[in-house]
Design a protein around this ligand. Structure first.
Ligand SMILES: [Zn+2]
Length: 417
């Protein structure tokens, strides 16, 4: 049995404990345990590893931006021990063959556990894709993914997933409500792909939801969070919480749905603090600096983020703005529940996915510290607290920012209902 000692987060309390791990699972949590090896972290905190349900690791097809090896190395750097990768790769994961091929391919290089989204183009695609971790529906134009042509078709897809197990994640923007013109700035982008379009898409989906587990991706406003039907979960991204239309990053900060106004951003924070939002997700969507160093209207959408969710938001825990139990719930507990995996909490019987953090340690965020293949981060120079160690099923995968064990990641089991 291996043992990890420190101040452990146990169901909302922090207690000095020894966590015993056997065969990847937590088998004991005691005041003291004998084992070999023993990792001693003194008064550093031990938290459940993060689960990021929204990443784009670009493999296959766009590995100049990212690949599964580099993306999962960045995940480890940011205390994320499970990711769920989006289906808009080349080819898109819209057929069982593409799903199987991608699973085989990325299994060889994953440094953390992972799930894979599939993107059905219509209801008849759903059943053949049932081995996917979850389904993704794009309700507005997105590169390399089938766009759902109407809310009618979205409703048919939702109905087809009933009883299968995997949840459906929706990118909610109603393009019928988009403004005219081509955006040349963050402000115009926000006006054209406006918050009303987002709320409308959430409401329209709500009409079709039935009893299917539905999850709203990257909600950008408190109104969108509140528009979702009861029983539906939602995520927010750190970039929508920390950046807004006043950012000087220009095309680099071009994302969909867009960054919002400072007031809407502050209100979204309040929704997080008021427990209206279920979880954080990065929507890590890297592009190379060359691709982003063009006119705003020509730039692709997306920013890298998988490594910075933890460092950025832990600042707010340290400043006592965000309660630690809220942070842990949004970073690990709620996504574990959404996926139906035996992770996301420090409890006997759960996978020993753990991050160790010294709350006193503050570093400057850099692309290098994040291990980003794309070579940049919108948060360059911002202060953050990175984990000092990351364990995946009991295996120490990173210590002090260095990967020490590679390719330990496995595909998480598909949820069976
Ligand atoms: Zn995305």
């Amino acid at each position: 049995m291996l043992v990890i000692e420190g101040r452990a987060f146990l169901d909302g309390r922090i207690e000095p404990r020894a966590i015993g791990v056997d065969d990847g699972k937590i088998v004991a949590i005691k005041k003291g345990l004998r084992g070999d090896p023993v990792y001693r972290y003194g008064d550093a905190l031990i938290l459940p590893g993060g689960i990021d349900v929204h990443v784009h690791f670009r493999e296959p097809g766009m590995t100049e931006k990212e690949d599964f090896s580099s993306g999962t190395e960045s995940a480890v750097a940011g205390g994320v021990t499970t990711v769920v990768d989006m289906p808009n790769t080349k080819p898109p994961v819209s057929t069982p063959e593409a799903l199987r091929t991608k699973a085989r391919l990325v299994s060889r290089s994953a440094n953390v556990d992972f799930g894979l989204y599939a993107a059905p183009a219509s209801a008849k695609d759903v059943d053949p894709l049932r081995e996917a971790t979850a389904f993704k529906m794009y309700l507005a134009e997105t590169p390399n993914a089938p766009v759902i042509p109407s809310f009618q078709v979205a409703g048919e897809i939702l109905a087809a997933t009933a009883g299968l197990g995997p949840h459906v994640t929706a990118h909610c923007e109603d393009s019928r409500l988009f403004g005219k013109g081509i955006a040349t700035s963050l402000e115009e982008h926000h006006r054209i792909r406006n918050p009303r379009a987002e709320v409308s898409a959430v409401q329209e989906l709500g009409k079709h939801r039935g009893s299917v587990p539905l999850h709203i991706a990257h909600a950008t406003t408190r109104e969108a969070v509140r528009a979702r039907p009861p029983g539906t979960t939602c995520e927010v991204t750190p970039h929508h919480l920390l950046l807004d239309t006043t950012s000087t990053l220009g095309a680099r900060a071009k994302v969909n749905p867009p960054l919002r106004s400072p007031t809407e951003r502050t209100d979204l924070w309040q929704a997080v603090l008021d427990k209206e939002v279920d979880m954080f997700a990065s929507d890590h969507a890297p592009h190379t600096l060359d691709e982003k160093s063009v006119r705003f209207e020509d730039a692709p959408v997306g920013v890298p983020g998988v490594a910075t969710t933890f460092p950025l938001l832990f600042r707010y825990v340290r400043r006592q703005v965000l309660p630690l139990d809220r942070f842990v719930s949004m970073f690990a507990g709620a996504p574990a529940k959404l996926l139906g995996v035996n992770k996301g909490a420090i409890e006997v019987g759960r996978d020993a996915d753990l991050v160790v953090v010294d709350p006193r340690r503050i570093e400057k965020i850099t692309a290098a510290r994040c291990r980003y293949k794309c070579g940049w981060t919108p948060f360059e120079g911002v202060e953050g607290t990175f984990p000092i160690a990351t364990f995946v099923r009991g295996q120490l995968v990173a210590q002090e920012g260095e990967l020490v064990t590679e390719r330990v990641g496995r595909m998480i089991p598909t949820r069976q209902s």
